[in-house]
Design a protein around this ligand. Structure first.
Ligand code: AMP
Length: 550
């Protein structure tokens, strides 16, 4: 027997309709390249998204066409997030931190027909434009002074040429040319950062995007609501800015976009002035913010902040504690991947954890957390056999759920998907009896010393709790006897230092002796990839042979 309920598609178009009907006056604030603030309402955003859709259609866009963006976080990028899927096309966010050759590969692989680019990023586009095989129209967002010359079209001029009559009754976006596609239709493509092999395309559907936005809105997750002011520091070209823009539109939360100004003082100023309640970004960003707050305590009034969502790489427990203890700021640690739209697990505190007291609370906050509703987790051994949830046994994390990829665009990377319907994350974790996941490593970053596994993340977290250390990245050095031994690349805080022996003495209490680091290399900064993760391949290349001797 079937249920008797409507078969109502979950679409991004509904989010637009809802915003216009219920929150038309809520603001979208964008910091421009010249640092000034631009303000528009959701009503304006709706109208401009419709104008964008109409302009793309006039240029020949049809359902399923890929529309690439090469943009910072700003209002026009939001209009692409909304207006492109709402005409049945697919927005494809290009990561402006990638190498031009990689960008060309990705745009060609996705078959992009349109490319929307910030004027400030034209020099980057010029480095790979000649290699693009499918792009027919280039549209320039005027974020910097200048004129759009052929073959470039001007984003604002295209929008201005479209007259859109705003619907007079709610829920009637068909009147402005929006469609409500079948819910499994593609809405967005994001490519993985491809640290091993070519980047692979993950195609989010309308349904996965909407359900993901719901999951992020639940109270035990990020809990986004209409009272919130969201600051997505995480770039909109990285895993849909963690879905934060869609969560904001779903709930009628004000959005604040930082534009290209991602330095700590600019972000702090924005958080204070716009009364931001939720900001999301990778640990590097927050490390910079913590250093600034420590240096100038009390300069910024962050009384409105409800939480800072940190993910994309492990948030060191020392940083989480420092924010709370020294500045009264709460970190929500979350784990996800491009392949999971991206939210998978989140470190909320269950009543059980709270009852157990401060140590259990700190441990839960520092973990990657429990799966959000509808994401299922397991960790397995080399033969894919599920392992016990005992908080000790390490294995590869597998996930499944309505916003977890079931394949990559073009059918590549089939080995990442199991025959029984799980996605192999490549992350090595433990899971405890309450379901809290703790990432101990990427499978390729575990240090395998004489057949025993050493967690590079655990060592990094401990080292980053040392008062002299700003950052630490632990990686495998090749070793004549043990195959691999841990090497740590460390960045000292200004004016501070510590010897090898002092640092190992600091680790000694928490780890078995064979985990202690064999070599410390002082570096000016830890190399990072395009999404802010430590680039351990580079570290291995530079220092990986240092333990081999002559
Ligand atoms: P990406 O697809 O670029 O978002 O990268 C996903 C990968 O980032 C995951 O597989 C993890 O290795 C890593 N990652 C994401 N969030 C966290 C976190 N909170 N702690 C540790 N690693 C993380």
């Amino acid at each position: 027997m079937n249920g008797c309920m409507m078969d109502f598609p979950l679409t991004i178009t509904h989010l637009l309709d809802r915003a216009l009907a219920l929150f038309p006056d809520v603001e979208v604030v964008s910091r421009l390249a010249d640092r000034s603030l631009h303000r528009q309402s959701y009503r304006d955003t709706y109208r401009r998204s419709a104008q964008l859709g109409a302009a793309l259609k006039r240029l020949g866009a049809t359902q399923g066409d890929r529309v690439a963006t090469l943009c910072w976080n700003h209002r026009q990028h939001l209009e692409c997030y909304l207006g492109v899927p709402a005409i049945g096309a697919v927005v494809h966010t290009l990561n402006l931190r990638l190498h031009p050759t990689e960008l060309a590969y990705i745009a060609n692989h996705a078959g992009d027909r349109f490319l929307i680019v910030d004027r400030s990023l034209l020099p980057l586009l010029e480095k790979f434009r000649a290699q693009l095989r499918s792009v027919e129209h280039f549209i320039v967002v005027p974020d910097a002074p200048g004129e759009a010359e052929a073959p470039f079209l001007d984003y604002e001029a295209l929008l201005a040429a479209e007259t859109v009559e705003m619907p007079s009754t709610p829920w009637s976006s068909h009147a402005v040319g929006f469609v409500r596609p079948e819910e499994n239709a593609a809405a967005m493509i994001c490519y993985t950062s491809g640290t091993t092999g070519n980047p692979k395309g993950v195609v989010f559907s309308h349904r996965s995007t909407v359900l993901h936005a719901f999951a992020g809105s639940t109270v035990d997750s990020i809990g986004v609501g209409s009272q919130d002011v969201l600051l997505p520091v995480v770039p909109m070209f990285h895993a849909a800015a963690w879905g934060l823009p869609y969560m904001a539109v779903l709930n009628g939360a004000k959005i604040v976009f930082p534009g290209p100004h991602l330095d700590a003082p600019s972000l702090l100023e924005l958080m204070a002035a716009e009364k931001v309640t939720v900001a999301g970004g990778v640990p590097t960003i927050w490390n910079g913010i913590l250093a600034k707050l420590d240096a100038e305590p009390g300069r910024w009034d962050l009384g409105s902040m409800r939480t800072m969502v940190i993910g994309g790489a492990a948030a060191p427990p020392a940083m989480i504690d420092a924010f709370r203890e020294r500045h009264g700021l709460i970190v929500t640690h979350a784990w996800g991947m491009t392949e999971t739209n991206p939210l998978g697990t989140i470190a909320h505190l269950s009543p059980k954890v709270k009852e157990r007291g401060p140590e259990a609370i700190a441990a839960a906050r520092a973990s990657q957390g429990v799966p959000v509703p509808f994401v299922e987790t397991r960790h397995v051994d080399d033969a894919d056999k599920p392992l016990p949830w005992d908080g000790k046994t390490m294995g590869e994390l597998h996930v499944r759920g309505p916003w977890v990829a079931k394949s990559y665009f073009g059918g590549e990377g089939k080995d990442r998907f199991t025959d029984d319907g799980w996605f192999r994350t490549g992350d090595i974790v433990t899971i405890d009896a309450d379901g809290y996941v703790r990432i101990t490593d990427r499978s390729k970053d575990v240090v395998k010393s004489g057949g025993e596994w050493i967690s590079s993340v655990a060592l990094e977290n401990a080292l980053m709790a040392h008062p002299a250390i700003l950052e630490a990245a632990v990686f495998a050095g090749r070793h004549p006897k043990w195959d691999e031994r841990p090497i740590a690349a460390i960045v000292f805080k200004p004016g501070k230092s510590a010897s090898h022996d002092e640092l190992n003495a600091h680790l000694e209490g928490s780890f078995p002796k064979f985990w202690l680091v064999d070599l410390y290399v002082e570096v000016e900064e830890v190399p990072r990839n395009s999404t802010g993760k430590f680039l351990k391949t580079k570290l291995r290349e530079l220092y990986g042979d240092r333990l081999l001797g002559d």
